[in-house]
Design a protein around this ligand. Sequence first.
Ligand code: NDP
Length: 256
Amino acid sequence: MSSVFRNCKTVLVTGANRGLGLQIVESLVTGGGYAGKIIATARSPGEAEELQNLSKNHPNIHIITLDVVSEESIKKAAVEVEQIVQEDGLNCLINNAGINVIADFETVTPEKMLENFHTNSVGPLMITKAMLPMLKRAAAKGVGMGIHRAAVINMTSLLGSVELNWGERAKDFKWYPYRTSKSALNMITRCMAVDLEADGILCMAIHPGWVRTDMGGQEAPLSTEESISSVLAVIGSLTEKDHGTFLHYTGEALPW
Ligand code: NDP
């Protein structure tokens, strides 16, 4: 599966200490097809035991600190990423870190909205801005679009789809902060796709499915391995036609 990543030299994953982020790192290094550098970020690397153990056997994993809501942390991380990727630049940025602040119409507060918006929408935008020089450097070396060149992948959710939040589908998950933070991330993806197209940087949003993680819960139908093997297959196959899209982990287009 990760053989589709063979033309990619550098990948950065946020929130790589657990859940889907950790699975992305694990699948890339154990899938057999990826030999490039993986920058795995966590806000507390010292506590990221599984990730640390994985990196002991795979020296191409570089663990760095990144709190996606801290401008200072983003700035420091960008300096470290620069030192790791050097002339190669950054081929694939996966904005995966996210939180789910659960609140319905009764319980929602300004603080809950802003907390979710900061992590899930503002964070990916600011991280992409900070990594832009490295993305541009990688993009300058290639033609076409995809992770052989440079791509920004935003881990979004079906729950962020405005169109799908209607009728039967709108009866569950009445989560104002989470849903709107992912709708905003979807719009940010489109805005960045417009702005970064001239640099040859592909931007897209992907829904990983409903997955058994701390966020997804144990009743979710998909294991992290099942979700991420599909997600990586989709990311690895992205081309010009996928620029500015919102895709399901199976590769189908989703309504905004
Ligand atoms: P988890 O709750 O299992 O993991 C979330 C990750 O995000 C953790 O690594 C966490 O780090 C990190 N994170 C949260 N806040 C910050 C922050 N301020 N700075 C840095 N890292 C942070 O979630 P999943 O793995 O399930 O979800 C990953 C992504 O996929 C999210 O964006 C989520 O919205 C999306 N998604 C998940 C679905 C599912 O069913 N699981 C469905 C649809 C979308 P820490 O350990 O430090 O808290």
